[in-house]
Design a protein around this ligand. Structure first.
Ligand code: A2P
Length: 287
C-alpha cells in the first residue's frame, strides 16, 4: 500500500498555537512540548454514546497493532490526556480511534464535539499488552470485547501479521444495544473487501456480536454465553482450550476481571511482553 504521510507536526512548546475545539471565543493555547498536533480527517457518530474519528499520522509515529497512545485536545494550558487504543492497523496512513462519550468526562465531553479540521494532540509513545508478541503461538485467536474495547482488535484484525500467527480469529463484541454493534459489523464487512488483506482473511474471521439490554436474536454477556456453552453451539466450534487457543480481552474493569477469572479456570495463563503466555488483558478507556 502506498503510504502517504502528512508532514511532521511535532513542535516545540510556544511555537505553535491551536484553536480550541469549541472555539466560540477563539481562545488559543500553546501546544505542549513533545506532543504531536494532528488534524482530524473524519468523524462518525454511531450512537449518542459512541463515535469514531480519524486523524493524520505523523511520519515518525510507529506503533504495534493493538497498542494504545495518550491523546488530548488543545483546549487548556495543561490539556487532559487519556489512553486510547489505536483502532487502525500499523500500516494505515491515518490513525483511527473509537470512543465513548461521557457527558461530564474531562476529555470525552469535549472530544465528542470534534469535526474534520480540528486539532487533536497525541503523545509520542505507544504501548500496551494486547499485542500478538505477548502470546505464545496457537491456532485460534479469541478477541473478547465489550463497548469501545473492540478498538485494539479493530487494529489487530486488519493486520496481516495476526493471520501469519493464527489460523482463525474469533472476535466477540457485546454492547448494551444493537446500534452499538455497528462499528464491529462494518469492520468485519469491510475487512473481507479490503484490497490489502481481504484475500488473506477470507474464511478465517468470525464475528460474534451480542446485546445485553436491547432485545435481539443473540443476547447475553459473553461470560455467561461461554459458561453455558451457547457461544460454542452458536458458532459450531470446539470449546476454548489453553493448548491450541489464545485469548485477548478488552473492556471495562469488571468485564476484565470476570473474563480473566473464566479463562484462568479453563487453564489459560496471563502473558506479557517479557513472558508470553496464553491470554492478555487491557482496560478499555473511559472518561
Ligand atoms: P450489561 O448491560 O449487562 O451491563 P458498558 O456500555 O456499560 O461499558 O457495557 C458494555 C457491555 O459490557 C454491556 O453489554 C454490558 O452488559 C457488558 N458487561 C458489563 N460488565 C460486564 C462483565 N462483568 N462481564 C461481561 N460483560 C459485561
Amino acid at each position: 500500500m502506498a503510504v502517504q504521510c502528512p508532514s511532521e507536526r511535532l513542535v516545540p512548546m510556544q511555537h505553535l498555537s491551536a484553536l480550541r475545539v469549541e472555539d466560540a471565543e477563539r481562545v488559543t493555547y500553546p501546544i505542549p512540548a513533545n506532543v504531536h498536533a494532528e488534524t482530524v480527517t473524519s468523524v462518525r457518530h454511531y450512537t449518542d454514546r459512541l463515535f469514531s474519528f480519524r486523524i493524520t499520522r505523523p511520519q515518525s509515529f510507529r506503533f504495534r497493532s493493538g497498542e494504545f497512545v495518550m491523546i488530548g485536545l488543545p483546549n487548556a494550558e495543561k490539556p487532559v490526556f487519556r489512553a486510547y487504543s489505536i483502532a487502525s492497523p500499523a500500516w494505515d496512513d491515518e490513525i483511527e480511534f473509537f470512543s465513548i462519550k461521557v457527558p461530564d468526562g474531562p476529555l470525552t465531553s469535549h472530544l465528542q464535539k470534534i469535526v474534520a479540521g480540528d486539532t487533536v494532540l497525541m503523545r509520542q509513545k505507544s504501548t500496551g499488552t494486547l499485542v500478538t508478541d505477548a502470546l505464545t503461538s496457537g491456532k485460534r485467536l479469541f478477541m473478547i470485547s465489550t463497548g469501545t474495547g473492540i478498538a485494539p482488535f479493530a487494529s489487530l484484525i486488519r493486520d496481516p501479521e495476526t493471520f501469519e500467527k493464527f489460523e482463525h480469529v474469533v472476535l466477540t463484541h457485546t454492547c448494551r444495544d444493537h446500534a452499538e454493534l455497528a462499528y464491529g459489523v462494518e469492520l468485519v464487512e469491510q475487512l473481507t473487501n479490503d484490497p490489502l488483506i481481504g484475500e488473506l482473511v477470507a474464511g478465517r474471521v468470525t464475528l460474534y456480536s451480542t446485546t445485553t439490554r436491547e432485545i435481539t436474536p443473540r443476547m447475553g454477556r459473553i461470560t455467561r454465553l461461554i459458561e453455558n456453552g451457547r457461544f460454542y453451539s452458536d458458532l459450531g466450534i470446539d470449546a476454548l482450550d489453553p493448548w491450541n487457543d489464545r485469548v485477548m480481552i478488552c473492556g471495562s474493569m469488571h468485564m476484565l476481571q470476570d473474563v480473566k477469572a473464566l479463562v484462568e479456570k479453563l487453564g489459560f495463563e496471563e502473558g506479557s511482553h517479557s513472558r508470553p503466555a496464553s491470554f492478555v488483558v487491557e482496560r478499555a478507556f473511559v472518561g
